[in-house]
Design a binder for this molecule. Structure first.
Ligand code: PPS
Length: 322
């Protein structure tokens, strides 16, 4: 184990890992320099990622998991590619808009593909790159080369609910939703601590190379977000194209689009780990709603999440969703 990671050994951390089956059942480690929790298998690539060569014309999409990443990836790719929906339908998103650390995290995901870091290194510019890593765990050159960076945030309660279902989809997890939320507040779950992920990008939101918006913004007025992203990417888009994209990026269309809905990968991965087949209603594109956390988390957990959020946001001018 490299000096860049410390294994989480508390009884709570052990119980959490033992509740998992599938690709996420691995020792969890706290990475340096960010303090981000990830699977121990990622440690091998930490230095390679930190020293990764950034190009000035890259577009980086950075999010905490379950915050509208896939939705934003498809939107950004289409804006960068003249709204070519035919090509978008034909080529899986992972090839068009790779996820930097996916092979490090879940090697099975890229079984018949190059390592995701190699893939990104070999891409022709302008590259579109997804990552869930927090700012201090991303390539150091992000801060000096200053490529375009888009950060998307989502109401933390809804992100927790979506993440819980993500764990039931890409593996199995014996915890209840409330127990999962407790582990989330205790920073036992990968990519936590949550607010340490969001706030550094919030603090950069007025930098010319950074665009910060929310899942809730997309739900409220997708056309406005499309126009904002187009301006940021310096792409011209007609109102007719905006209307086409709003339709193409609707939840129902994306749920039924195999290029973005991950159905084939989930099925293969569950088979690899000999996990029970899931009911056909359990999907990556699941609900796509705002406010589910308030309906399904217990009152007690919601109260504790509010207190936990208040404490984390002390001294910050953060006004995004929480
Ligand atoms: S991941 O695994 O971190 O990349 O997940 P991510 O793509 O960030 O988030 C998945 C959630 O986004 C929802 N989603 C959408 N909502 C509304 N409209 C569209 N088009 C859309 N596409 C994806 C997806 O359903 C997940 O949210 P939940 O709440 O689980 O449904």
């Amino acid at each position: 184990m490299s000096a860049t990671a410390e294994v989480l050994t508390s009884p709570a951390a052990r119980r959490y890992v033992e509740s998992l089956r599938g690709p996420y059942r691995d020792d969890h480690v706290r990475l340096e320099p960010s303090g981000c929790v990830l699977l121990s298998k990622v440690t091998a690539d930490v230095h390679r990622i930190l020293d990764f060569a950034v190009r000035p014309d890259d577009v980086w999409l950075v999010t905490f998991p379950k915050s509208g990443t896939t939705w934003s990836q498809e939107l950004i790719w289409l804006l960068m590619n003249n709204c070519d929906v035919e090509q978008a339908k034909q080529v899986p998103l992972i090839h068009r808009f790779p996820f930097l650390e996916i092979t490090s995290l879940m090697p099975e995901f890229t079984r018949n593909m190059p390592h995701s870091i190699d893939h990104v290194e070999r891409m022709v510019s302008p590259r579109l790159i997804k990552s869930h890593l927090p700012l201090d765990q991303l390539p150091k050159q992000i801060k000096t080369v200053k490529p375009k960076v888009i950060y998307v945030v989502r109401n933390v309660q809804d992100a927790i609910v979506s993440f819980y279902h993500h764990y039931q989809l890409w593996g199995d997890c014996d915890l209840t939703l409330d127990q999962f939320a407790e582990c989330f507040m205790d920073d036992l779950i990968m990519y936590c601590p949550y607010w340490d992920h969001v706030l550094p990008f919030w603090n950069l939101r007025n930098e010319p190379n950074v665009l910060f918006y929310s899942y809730e913004d997309m739900k409220k007025d997708l056309a406005s977000v499309i126009r904002r992203v187009a301006i940021f990417l310096q792409k011209t888009i007609t109102e007719k194209q905006v209307a086409q994209l709003v339709d193409y990026l609707s939840f129902d269309k994306m749920r039924d689009n195999p290029a973005v809905n991950y159905d084939p990968v989930v099925e293969q991965l569950r088979a690899d780990y000999k996990l029970q087949p899931l009911p056909s209603s359990t999907k990556f594109m699941r609900r796509g709603q705002v406010g589910e956390g308030k309906q399904v988390l217990s009152e007690d957990i919601q109260r504790r999440l509010r207190q936990w959020t208040e404490a984390a946001l002390q001294g910050s001018d953060y006004t995004g969703p929480r």
